[in-house]
Unconditional design. Structure first.
Length: 404
């Protein structure tokens, strides 16, 4: 049984097809169960990359990678997938036949040989969990995702106004409650920007606007009616019926910058998507676990926008949106401006406050509303207003003002 394969050159169609490499690939393919893309009928491990070997590679790629070229190259996606699939197959392989008293030992059954499929037997609890996952997926797609899109649109309009005000600094010469200024101070509350630092205010407001526009672009063809002439985009949300061991306690997870990834596998292989079948995680998906169902709608909405923020960050451009503290944690409140601009929960809080109002945003973030910081509050979507302050005290929102 092969271990992880390291190739000297490509194997398959138009590959270098060095004999040792071909033998290693043939042995690995033979070790993958048919249900996971193995050849079913074992390949001859003869070091010849003929039609059967190339077809077996193509068949495997159809299970695991988004492209089909009948070739396995060093350190590329198909080879990484094959090494993972071999490990998963060995963990579920049926032991070979042993010697019996009735006669000579039966020929050992190759690990990758066809076996009668065993019916998947599910418990009542598992059936209920699968039904809940289906309901979760339908509800997210039909209800919560369109609502998140509308909130993101509200946040974009607020961010556009905020950028306009920031561009006028340091001498805005506007009324205390100018609409653009109120929008800026709402964003400043979440990202610790300030009118007395025009350079950071401009850069921060533009960054926030850019990231939330990306969120809208990601959602626009996945909610509501399809755009004429453009095919509907693939679902990016996957509802799991059980939680993978590596993310226990998390309502959702995704790959940082997944929106810019091809349909590429991550390292996690689990059985939480399709009953009786191991499934790989893909970088361009957002996964929701059963933990998602254990709280109220505002929290679920916050989780969706939070995971979307991770998803639309730019890995290659260096502007990832990571977890640098959650709103209910002291670490979050101690973030400086740069950390907030890289923190997914800050974007989730802003989007939900701009779209749903301060009270509901605080419910989703699991904090008291005043813990968002000093700044405007929102009662009606896209309409921030200053909260009252005690007569006879200094106006906390006189120019220059900002988040602290």
């Amino acid at each position: 049984m092969p271990g992880a394969v390291i190739l000297e050159g490509a194997v398959g169609y138009n590959g270098a097809n060095q004999k040792d490499d071909v033998v290693a690939i043939q042995a690995s393919l033979n070790s993958v169960v048919a249900a996971m893309g193995g050849p079913g009928v074992p390949l001859a491990e003869d070091g010849i990359a003929g039609p059967k070997t190339q077809n077996a590679i193509l068949h495997f790629q159809q299970h695991w990678v988004p492209y089909r070229d009948s070739k396995i190259e060093p350190e590329k996606a198909t080879l990484r997938a094959l090494n993972r699939a071999v490990g998963a197959s060995l963990s579920i392989a049926i032991p070979a036949t042993t010697v019996t008293a009735a006669g000579p030992a039966a020929a050992p059954t190759p690990v990758g040989a066809p076996k009668p499929p065993k019916p998947v037997v599910l418990t009542d609890n598992e059936k209920a969990a699968i039904m809940k996952a289906a309901i979760r997926h339908a509800t997210v797609k039909s209800l919560w995702l369109p609502a998140a899109y509308q909130a993101a649109l509200s946040a974009v309009r607020v961010a556009t106004r905020a950028t306009a005000h920031a561009e006028r600094l340091p001498t805005p010469n506007v009324a205390r409650e100018d609409a653009d200024r109120l929008a800026f101070l709402l964003i400043a509350k979440h990202f610790k920007l300030h009118e007395k630092d025009p350079s950071l205010a401009r850069a921060g407001a533009k960054r926030v606007e850019t990231m939330i526009r990306r969120m809208c672009i990601t959602l626009v063809n996945r909610v509501g009616k399809p755009i004429p002439g453009i095919a509907p985009a693939d679902d990016i949300f996957v509802s799991l019926w059980r939680t993978p061991a590596s993310v226990v306690g998390h309502p959702g997870y995704t790959w940082l910058g997944g929106a810019w990834e091809r349909h590429r596998m991550n390292g996690l292989i689990h059985g939480g998507e399709t009953p009786g079948k191991l499934s790989p995680d893909y970088a361009d998906r957002i996964y929701l676990t059963p933990e998602f169902d254990k709280s109220h709608d505002d929290y679920r909405s916050h989780v969706l926008v939070h995971e979307l923020a991770h998803f639309i960050g730019d890995m290659q451009g260096g502007w990832t949106l990571d977890d640098l503290g959650y709103t209910y944690e002291t670490q979050y409140r101690n973030n400086n401006s740069r950390q907030r601009l890289h923190n997914a929960d800050a974007y989730a809080s802003l989007v939900r406050e701009a779209g749903f109002g301060t009270t509901r945003a605080a419910l989703g973030a699991q904090i008291a509303a005043n813990l968002f910081g000093k700044g405007p509050v929102v009662h009606l979507p896209e309409q921030p207003v200053f909260p009252p302050y005690a007569l006879g005290t200094k106006d906390p929102y006189a120019y220059p003002s900002g988040g602290t």
